[in-house]
Design a protein around this ligand. Structure first.
Ligand code: SF4
Length: 305
């Protein structure tokens, strides 16, 4: 039985072959960093560490393509603008950077990761221009719908900005993936359920579920070292992920169910296990419980009896 809708299967259905994402470091930053108040968990690479980050975009793309061709025999690729906020610049600069990534016909899509409050109409106009040539996906960070937790995380946007950005991008037909962290120490299981419900109600297309990791030289790192936060057990994480899946619309594509912490400077990451091991445990537990994505997806457009 297929228990959740995997990204790899979705991409295969859509493009007729397996498609590889190429991580691009485009040299952007983020308004929170400019203000000197990054999100408390944000590591210095903005969540997009790459060994090729000092190369021009075109060279990054060609280098990754060759590697993935050799290793996995891939022939189609998505240019993934991953680190920091990839819509945080003047439109002509954005145009130039996105253009650089479209090195040939093997790049079938642009995937642009950004904050919900950086989706101004002129940015969406530009992305529509690119959509005439390739698919354009948007990755929009949320982490949780609990606005009190968003404040603690210092996201500097609330749930309202997220809803606004999603509605405007959806109106123009963009596919949206959002990021959530399932085990934030300030959230309980009800927040996890509500996050799944809001994502489903907004008809978001894909989700990346992250496990919280703690990097040194961040405010979260200081909190962790001072004993101000404790990260729950792996069993609790698995339970949260499964509960999240159960309340999620089954048509939403699951891009990931656990984080991939950076190799250096990590104070806490994935309970000392690899992401594959954790994924296997989640899948075994889904099996054991006889559960699946959308098992409890019965709350929208309910009829009164
Ligand atoms: S919005 Fe993203 S890049 Fe900016 S500070 Fe927060 S985590 Fe870092």
């Amino acid at each position: 039985m297929v228990r959740y809708r995997k990204l790899s299967e979705y991409l295969k259905e859509r493009y007729g072959t397996r498609v590889q994402k190429i991580p691009i470091f485009a040299g952007f930053t983020c308004p929170n960093r400019i203000k000197g108040r990054p999100c408390i968990y944000c590591d210095p690479t903005g969540g997009g560490f790459s060994t090729l980050m000092n190369l021009p975009i075109r060279e990054q793309v060609f280098t990754w393509k060759e590697r993935f061709k050799r290793k996995y025999k891939r022939v189609k690729f998505i240019a993934y603008f991953q680190a920091f906020s990839n819509t945080f610049a003047q439109v002509d600069i954005l145009r130039k950077k996105y253009e650089e990534a479209l090195v040939d016909d093997e790049i079938v899509a642009l995937d642009i990761s950004t904050r919900p409050d950086l989706l101004q109409e002129e940015v969406l106009d530009l992305l529509e221009e690119f959509r005439e040539r390739v698919d354009v996906f948007l990755d929009i960070g949320l982490q949780t719908v609990n606005y009190k937790t968003l404040k603690i995380l210092r996201r500097d946007h609330t749930l309202a900005e997220f809803i606004d950005g999603v509605i405007r991008a959806k109106k123009r037909g963009f596919e949206i993936t959002t990021h959530v962290i399932a085990n934030l120490p300030w959230d309980d299981i009800d927040d996890v359920v509500e996050t799944a419900k809001v994502i489903s109600a907004l008809k978001i297309d894909g989700v990346k579920v992250h496990s919280l990791y703690v990097v040194d030289n961040t405010e979260l790192g200081e909190m962790y070292k001072n004993g101000e936060i404790s990260i729950g057990s792996l069993e609790d994480y698995i339970n949260r992920v499964i509960t999240f899946l159960e309340f999620l619309d089954p048509s939403i594509v699951i891009h990931r169910l656990v984080s991939d912490p950076p190799r250096k400077g990590v104070l806490f990451g994935n309970w000392g296990l690899s992401k594959v091991e954790i994924l296997q445990r989640i899948e075994r537990e889904l099996e054991k419980r006889g559960s699946w994505q959308g098992k409890n997806f019965d709350y929208l457009q309910k009829e009164f009896r």
